[in-house]
Write a new protein. Structure first.
Length: 90
């Protein structure tokens, strides 16, 4: 089974929550993932951000749901790193 190790997203989000609160909310819902949020553009009501998700097996669908629940929307998937490495069976 392929493992998602890194995903870079273009995300439009409201000004609230701010980038720190936004990243923290995603990580709290998905332990084991690392989230980096970079604000690339700001207007009166929204921020365009680059969201980088990293981990040994990033749960992309669940994280996309969390992003939507925070009032944001994924505009595009800009980069993906997927591994075909399989976990050892014991």
């Amino acid at each position: 089974m392929p493992l998602i190790e890194r995903v870079v997203l273009d995300v439009l989000k409201p000004l609230t929550p701010n980038a720190l609160e936004f990243a923290s909310a995603i990580v709290e819902q998905h332990p084991g993932s690392r989230v980096t949020v970079t604000v690339t553009e700001v207007d009166a009501k929204t921020e365009t951000t680059q969201v980088v998700l990293e981990g040994s097996d990033v749960p992309y669908a669940a994280i996309a749901e969390t992003i939507a629940a925070l009032g944001a929307s994924v505009h595009s998937i800009d980069e993906v790193v997927v591994s075909s490495l399989q976990q050892p069976t014991i």
